[in-house]
Ligand binder design. Structure first.
Ligand SMILES: *Cc1c(COP(=O)(O)O)cnc(C)c1O
Length: 397
């Protein structure tokens, strides 16, 4: 591109950023479904392996379609480097295992995506890594956990499903003081609503499965960080352990990014309207949405995010029975444990995504049996409201 892409606005970067055309001049990004690459001669292969020549070697470590997606994600995040993985969990796992070793200490916010919680609570201790959970919204707990040397901090904000907010600036400063790098799972905010690196984060991870695809088609993950950390720490891990994204999925995700602004803006607007609508309905005991006046951390949310996100969480009366009556009466909103989709999806966290953590841990996180997580899609918000009315009619009998 002749124009410096960093001078362009985000929506433009998402459409035009990172495009590298072949001599055929194709309009859309080319899909390189190839496992390997050929060299002009043996000397070029030798020079490539010595690192003296830039040439693709093998798609486990690099592929031109993935390179376009990596560049586009760097442009939107303001990061120096990006690596892609087959899933969001592979991204979290690679970021953690590439950085950590036996004897290290990790501090994480307790309100993490279920599999991230498992990596911290179960996998890392198996390898001699000490892990500590804190209440992400409570700075005093971060201060205490970070008053001794720590190697890595992992957090999610807003959190799943209760939409707790972690103070990125304050926690990053404390973490750096303790010698830790800060890894932020930014899935709920998307790269458009919150840029953790501008508030001190060192590594940002995404499940591209969520808003970046946003149309329920493919799985994918991304890790963004400095050139130095990616080259020295992450790339050897990815190259040798192979959590690589397929080129086909990278191509789908490139097309997903083209419409990310349109989709996320529309879903956020609808989510805010629907949160306010739900708060007025009979049978609903509480609504959580980051920009609502009754969110306990609204000011912090407004400081670090440009909108409240695409997820609304609410609690109905009559616990699990009430939640099931409500969800089973939906016609448009689908029962699914996914989120960030163009279709509106409802989840009952206590019996699905958060069933394995147990009742005691759910109580600490505030996930009661009446809680429903709603991922707002691209349907007309008035139709979503009508569907919610159907659910509430069943709830209230
Ligand atoms: C979905 C999700 C993940 C895992 O991503 P996958 O692509 O499903 O592996 C991690 N963190 C958060 C916050 C998520 O929502």
């Amino acid at each position: 591109m002749a124009i410096d892409p960093l001078k362009l606005r985000p929506a433009t970067r998402l459409v035009q950023g990172g495009v590298h055309r072949t001599p055929h001049g194709e309009t859309a990004e080319a899909l390189f479904l190839t496992s390997g690459y050929v060299y002009d001669d043996a000397e070029q292969a030798e020079a490539t392996f010595l690192g003296n020549v830039e040439h693709y070697q093998y798609s486990r470590f690099g592929n031109p379609t993935l390179a376009m997606l990596e560049e586009r994600l760097c442009l939107i995040e303001g990061a120096e480097a990006c690596r892609l993985t087959a899933t969001g969990m592979a991204a979290v796992n690679a970021a953690l295992l590439a950085h950590l070793k036996a004897g290290d200490r990790v501090v994480a916010s307790r309100a993490l995506f279920g599999s991230c919680h498992w990596i911290v609570s179960t996998l890392l201790p198996k390898f001699g890594i000490e892990t500590v959970f804190v209440d992400g919204a409570d700075l005093a707990q971060w201060k205490s956990a970070l008053s001794q040397p720590v190697n890595l901090v992992l957090l999610e904000t807003p959190s799943n499903p209760m939409l707790d907010i972690v103070d990125l600036r304050a926690v990053s400063d404390l973490a750096h003081g303790a010698g830790a790098i800060v890894v932020v799972d930014n899935v709920f905010a998307t790269p458009l609503l919150q840029q953790p690196m501008t508030m001190g984060a060192d590594v940002v991870v995404y499940s591209c499965t969520k808003h970046i695809d946003g149309q329920g088609r493919v799985l994918g993950g991304a890790i963004l960080a400095s050139n130095k950390w990616v080259n020295d720490v992450l790339q050897p891990f990815i190259r040798n352990t192979g959590p690589t994204m397929s080129a086909f999925n990278a191509w789908i995700l490139l097309k997903g990014l083209e419409t990310l602004t349109l989709r996320v803006d529309a879903c956020c607007r609808a989510a805010e309207t629907i949160a306010n609508f739900l708060a007025e309905q009979k049978g609903i005991t509480r609504v959580w949405y980051p920009t609502r006046a009754d969110h306990p951390q609204r000011d912090l949310a407004m400081k670090q995010m440009t909108a409240g996100g695409t997820v609304v969480t609410f609690e109905v009366a009559d616990g699990k029975a009430g939640a099931f009556r409500t969800m089973n009466a939906f016609e448009l909103i689908k029962v699914s444990n996914n989120l960030g989709d163009s279709k509106s999806l409802a989840t009952h966290p206590a019996t699905t995504t958060h069933s394995k953590i147990g009742e005691a841990e759910r109580a600490i996180l505030g996930i009661s049996d009446g809680v429903i997580r709603l991922s707002i899609g691209l349907e007309d918000p008035e139709d979503i409201k009508d569907d919610l009315r159907r659910g509430l009619a069943a709830l209230n009998g």
